[in-house]
Design a binder for this molecule. Sequence first.
Ligand code: ADP
Ligand code: MG
Length: 256
Amino acid sequence: MTTTVHILQEQLRHLRMTETANELPVLLRNAETMSWTYQEFMQEILLFEMKRREEKNVEKRLKLAKFPYHKTLDEFNIEEQESLSKRQINQLRELNWLEQQYNIILLGPPGAGKTHIGIGLGIEAISKGYKVSFSSMGELVHLLKTEEYIRKSQMQLKRIKESDLVIIDDLMYLAMDQREANLFFHLINHLYERSSIISTSNKGPEEWVELMGDQGITTAILDRLLHRVEVIQLNENDSYRLKHRFTIFEKESVQT
Ligand code: ADP
Ligand code: MG
């Protein structure tokens, strides 16, 4: 029996059903103890392989997304953020906007939860089978500037361009020169109507013009980002980081 199982495992591996191969002894034992019919056994085997493949795909897509940290929407405490309702979060979670290639802009001061919501939506999208990529504006500009001569940048940009959802964190955080603005415009233009973009920023679109310098390019970028967009403004005075900061002082002595 042992040798037969071993041979079966080899054959499964040959058919690239590695997960089932590893699990085979358990599956066979279950089949015996639960008296599965041939049909049930076949179904269990196939379901197991499919489930594991999907789990591995999710793991792979999560890794490729390059999130700076892993936090889900369930970990987002909605009571702390008055400007967003549970209903709105749930609507966002349904991902109809992604299906319809809408963009989302999350605005608000540092610590308001913009990045967390972006990552949470990204994780949600990955679990539903979408390809997602996350990068800060700074990283993105670096990739664009080095695309021609650094192969890694080229690969990462390829991945970003193929994503269904592109998350750009801290959009317009830094001033850009003409060349950078141009490169950024070409990327946005490529993504336009192909993917959804979630961007976060602590500055409103009216301030972006200043940072880009070139009015023409800024207008062209804004045109594409704002064409089909849901702008979510998070509250000024709901900085989670500030409220939940660690302090080096005794609790009693902290004046708030
Ligand atoms: P920013 O708006 O600056 O991008 P982040 O999303 O990075 O802020 O939030 C800062 C930290 O506070 C993160 O660790 C995030 O998970 C946490 N945080 C912010 N808002 C909430 C919230 N409403 N519930 C739970 N954690 C939150
Ligand atoms: Mg952030």
